[in-house]
Design a protein around this ligand. Structure first.
Ligand SMILES: NC(=O)c1ccc[n+]([C@@H]2O[C@H](COP(=O)([O-])OP(=O)(O)OC[C@H]3O[C@@H](n4cnc5c(N)ncnc54)[C@H](OP(=O)(O)O)[C@@H]3O)[C@@H](O)[C@H]2O)c1
Length: 417
């Protein structure tokens, strides 16, 4: 049965304001925002000053508020707010992927211990309803892989650079002006944001709570015109792709890197701030979800859905985590990659296990190599790749290692829809 929801809202930025608009226009679902706590008392607001407060306890200690909606841009403060609320018996809705991914197991434990609920559909791929689907619709499916474009801001930049030949800095500025970029844009362009979402999605797909610091993320921060030209010369586009997939009955793996995608790949035409999630399962086969992954209203819409689900006492059961057969996160794979660098020593030291092509990029004049590298080596050399201005893109082919056995797997097959 629906119960009366009294909301305490943290944050009134892009998503907070978006949620307010969405709530004001939603029909049939009535809820009250009792208090909004923000940070900066000198900022001009679009609502009366009496709605706002600057002390978190005005929400956390108010017995009338039964739902905390956390939409702030600071993961550390957000963890304090969310964990205190859960301990105080208040249910929480959050969009904060960094905070959730970094404290995932602890937040699951707190919900269990205090009988409270934390919902976070908006944290992963904006308006695409992926988490509740993974939990409920696919609760007994044998999920094999989830992959896709999980970051709207970097996809917007890649679209503008590749389709409209805008320079990188202008495209990034536009993404920021449109509210798609995180307050710290390195979270978007270096693949951190996509990685946090991937960690959350992996928890609901395979029941594995991987620690973000153990997972590879390479981004588009070093993308050069020459890389775009290289991709185009092969009939491909560069997309920032997150992958989580089953290696065998015991192991899964996950990583975020740019990927060279072919014309028949479903991700090739996913443009601007749109996100796409490709789900592969034993019985339902492949499914593609596409939707806006950033922006106040699309994200506000996902938050509204969680507020509504909370009113009906919905909570995540973490079904995959509680299933008998547990997976573990493995880095025992090799990735086929395109690596462009003007640091010749990097090619020798990064640990290619095989090389199929060496060349000089005809636009930039710098060298590239196509070959396979162990995921462990990529994790180890991540900082060096970034610091040397090098750019890496996966081809979509991975080699699964099982003792001395090697099995090739294609992550970039066309979905065929
Ligand atoms: N933007 C998107 O498209 C999008 C999409 C999905 C998820 N998200 C997530 O949604 C959250 C909010 O993002 P946003 O884009 O709305 O950020 P934003 O526009 O930068 O707004 C952040 C808000 O948080 C408030 N704030 C910061 N620290 C605070 C604290 N300690 N206590 C109270 N309020 C605090 C700020 O207060 P002041 O107004 O006083 O500065 C501001 O209102 C983030 O976790 C983000 O990752 C965003």
């Amino acid at each position: 049965m629906e119960h009366q929801v009294k909301i305490g809202l943290f944050g009134f930025g892009c998503v907070g304001q978006g949620l307010y608009d969405v709530l004001s226009q939603s029909r049939g679902f009535r809820t009250t925002i009792k208090r909004i706590v923000v940070k900066d008392p000198s900022k001009k607001r679009s609502l009366p000053a009496s709605m706002f407060a600057y002390d978190k306890n005005e929400i956390l200690n108010d017995p009338e508020i039964n739902l905390v909606v956390e939409l702030i841009d600071n993961a550390k403060d957000a963890y304090e707010i969310v964990s205190t609320a859960l301990r105080n018996g208040k249910n929480v809705v959050s969009a904060n992927k960094k905070m959730i991914a970094e404290n995932f197991e602890e937040l699951v434990r707190l919900q269990h211990e205090f009988g409270t609920s934390l919902l976070y559909e908006a944290s992963s791929c904006g308006s695409i309803p992926i988490l509740r689907n993974l939990e409920e619709y696919y609760d007994n499916e044998l999920l094999r892989a989830v992959s896709g474009i999980f970051n709207g801001s970097s996809n917007y930049i890649l679209t503008k650079v590749q389709n409209e030949h805008l320079d990188y800095a202008t495209a990034l500025r536009q993404a920021q002006e449109l509210g798609f970029a995180e307050s710290d844009p390195t979270l978007d362009v270096e693949g951190f944001d996509a990685k946090y979402k991937l960690v959350i999605i992996t928890g609901h797909t395979f029941g594995v709570f991987a620690r973000p610091e153990d997972v590879l993320n390479l981004g588009i921060g070093n993308l050069a015109v020459g890389d775009v030209e290289f991709a185009q010369s092969r009939g491909k586009r560069i997309r920032l792709v997150a992958n989580t997939f089953q290696l065998d009955d015991q192991r899964i793996s996950l990583f975020v890197t740019p990927r060279l995608v072919a014309k028949d790949d479903q991700l090739y035409n996913v443009n601007n701030e749109y996100n796409a999630v490709i789900l592969e399962a034993a019985f339902s086969d492949k499914q593609l979800f596409v939707g806006k992954g950033a922006g106040g209203h699309p994200t506000g819409s996902a938050v509204l859905s969680d507020i509504s689900a909370n009113a009906y006492h919905y909570r995540y059961e973490y079904k995959k985590y509680h299933q008998q057969a547990r997976f573990t996160y493995s880095t025992e794979i090799e990735l086929e990659v395109y690596l462009r660098s003007n640091d010749p020593v990097l090619f020798d030291e990064i640990g290619f296990t095989s090389i199929s092509e060496r060349g000089i990029n005809y636009v930039s004049g710098v060298n590239y190599v196509i070959g396979t590298i162990g995921l462990k080596d990529l994790i180890r050399h991540r900082e060096r790749i970034n610091a040397s201005g090098s750019f890496l893109a996966a081809t979509g082919e991975v080699i699964v290692l099982d003792g001395s056995r090697k099995e090739r797997k294609q992550l970039s097959e066309s979905v065929g829809i």
